[in-house]
Design a protein around this ligand. Structure first.
Ligand SMILES: [Zn+2]
Length: 351
């Protein structure tokens, strides 16, 4: 049979047309340069080295994990001076989800810095929840939040974040995550926080093996009993860990461009372990981490794996399916989303 060839542009529109989910995405990492500039003007903020919007664009182009953490903590998070400012992030999220045809996302929100800036935790959760309802009502976009209790400020602060999350719990808040500087906050220090979250019925996830070796992933599995691993790329150094991941089918939330930019373990799509993990039968999913800061759109990430010849079309569809089934939705809800992907695939014929 004659095989039709599809050019890059057609392929991009096919990818763009497929309904998707995303499970590793930070709300603050969706902040657009426009949003931060707006807040800088509104609150008359000064940031070292930023006097024009152009300077801000440049600061958003990060090359290392430390540059990224600096931008995130010192610029992005400090721009939010009033609880209501969070609503701008919800609008950034709306635009991003629509651009990438993401019908459901589980989004991290890290409250520590906001609380330290004097915001009321209750108010933050109320605004987030209102935002989620608004997106569903107006655009049929479903989002749930995972509160990043953070390893940057120590276990006591993380426990405080958990307690406040439980106290002000809303339906849109479904779990906790452990993000922040992996080298400063070993997972095992957060055992109690995670035990408490589990017994309160919250889902749990942790960043591990993004900036530290496989032992960090082992701790997330054995000490925190997390339901998914954020990144997990250093598992490539440890065969027995890979076997464990195959056996448990614990999903890895892979964010290739983020890993390439921070550059700790990988420098290109070709040497990203996502391919080796996939071949071994590890449950890998595809995500962006911080779209605006890393300049990573989810559609482009699917495309990059194709154009860099790391995956075939059929295989990226499998990644998309994995990402639907690794969400914390009910089995029925997962099936419903997957059913909306199928017709677009059937229409493609033999492409
Ligand atoms: Zn992340």
């Amino acid at each position: 049979m004659e095989k039709k060839t599809v050019n890059k542009q057609e392929l991009h529109s096919i990818i763009a047309s497929l309904p998707k989910t995303e499970i590793h995405l930070h709300l603050e990492g969706l902040a657009s340069v426009d949003t931060i500039w707006k807040l800088k003007q509104k609150h008359e903020l000064t940031f070292d080295g930023i006097s024009s919007k152009d300077d801000l664009y440049k600061r958003f182009k990060v090359d290392t994990l430390n540059d990224f953490i600096d931008l995130f903590i010192n610029v992005v998070q400090n721009s939010f001076q009033k609880a209501e400012d969070i609503l701008l992030l919800i609008e950034d999220a709306r635009n991003y989800l629509k651009r990438n045809n993401i019908v459901y996302a589980e989004i991290f929100f890290a409250p520590s810095k906001f609380v330290r800036n004097g915001f009321s935790f209750q108010k933050i959760i109320e605004l987030l929840d209102e935002g989620a309802q608004k997106l569903e009502r107006e655009d049929n976009l479903k989002i749930k939040y995972i509160m990043d209790v953070s390893r940057t400020f120590g276990p006591e602060n993380a426990m405080k974040n958990l307690d406040l999350t439980l106290k002000h719990k809303k339906d849109s808040v479904i779990g906790i995550g452990l993000g922040g500087a992996e080298n400063k906050g070993p997972a095992q220090d957060y055992k109690e926080v995670f035990e408490k979250a589990h017994s309160a019925g919250l889902h749990t996830v942790a960043h591990a093996g993004e900036d530290m070796g496989p032992e960090s992933i082992w701790h997330a599995i054995n000490d925190l009993h997390t339901e998914r691993i954020g990144h997990g790329i250093s598992a490539i150094q440890d065969e027995s860990l890979q076997s464990k991941l195959v056996e448990t089918q614990l999903p890895l939330e892979i964010c290739p461009k983020s890993n390439i930019i921070t550059g700790r373990y990988v420098k290109s799509y070709q040497d990203h372990p996502i391919r080796a993990f996939f071949d071994k039968g590890i449950n890998v999913t595809l995500n962006t981490d911080d779209p605006t800061i890393f300049g990573a759109e989810l559609n482009d990430e699917y495309m990059n794996l194709l154009t860099e010849k790391v995956f075939s079309f059929k295989e990226v569809v499998q990644l998309l399916k994995n990402t639907v089934y690794a969400t914390f939705l009910s089995d029925q809800e997962k099936d419903e989303i997957w059913k909306t992907v199928l017709p677009s695939l059937t229409n493609l014929g033999d492409k």
